[in-house]
Design a protein around this ligand. Structure first.
Ligand code: HEM
Length: 181
């Protein structure tokens, strides 16, 4: 399994952009399509290219992990013809917190995993980290989701719930690219 992924926004690609909007901070140049490439050596091409790497978990506790593993499904399900790429950056204040303080905001205050679990297995996800790839990365995370068209409104509800949580007070750049194939 590759760990480094590249998301290329361009005129053409695997996923057609159905909407692109900026929720916080600077946007991304509008594109018509996004392609996700799992490669260690992909050249930069397209209007923009964002890279991120999968990593070990930071916040999840054993009981949550057991629940996640029991219900979550993987990417590339044939019925999952909708996707979302949501690049996110968090504030300096977030990164200045200690691990226990971040976990408290993430779960005790915001219930991120508890809320997210309600939307499994309909929504499949993969989290990519950017922060440790270098200093020039424009986002801290590239979040990727796949679901069947009939679960679009559930996904909208999930986004609304997470964005209303205390964790999102620490988000200072967020772009939402909705896709279909
Ligand atoms: C991190 C679950 C949806 C954005 C996490 C983590 C879990 C999780 C367990 C922590 C991983 C770790 O321990 O390091 C879920 C589930 C979801 C969901 C089950 C349901 C589909 C979302 C959505 C967004 C999102 C819709 C974006 C709008 C993030 C971000 C992180 C994260 C940015 C990294 C937080 C950080 O490290 O500071 N998610 N999530 N998640 N999730 Fe979600």
């Amino acid at each position: 399994m590759p760990r480094l992924f590249l998301f290329v926004g361009a005129d053409q690609g695997d996923w057609t952009v159905t909407s692109q909007r900026t929720l916080a901070g600077e946007g991304l140049a509008p594109v018509s399509a996004v392609t996700m490439l799992g490669t260690e050596a992909a050249p930069g091409s397209g209007t923009w290219a964002l890279r991120g790497i999968t990593s070990n978990e930071r916040y999840v506790e054993r009981a949550e992990k057991t629940q996640l593993l029991a219900v979550q499904e993987g990417l590339s399900r044939p019925q999952a013809r909708c996707a979302a790429l949501i690049p996110i950056r968090k504030t300096a204040a977030w990164w200045a917190l200690t691990q226990d303080e971040r976990r408290a905001v993430f779960e005790a205050q915001s219930h991120h995993t508890e809320i997210g679990l309600r939307y499994l297995p309909a929504i499949a996800r993969r989290l990519h980290h950017c922060r440790d790839l270098g200093e020039a990365e424009p986002f801290d995370f590239l979040t990727w989701f796949e679901f069947a068209p009939e679960h679009t409104s559930a996904f909208d509800d999930l986004l609304a719930a997470l964005r209303a949580s205390p964790e999102w007070a620490y988000v200072d750049r967020e772009v939402e690219v909705r896709l279909s194939r």
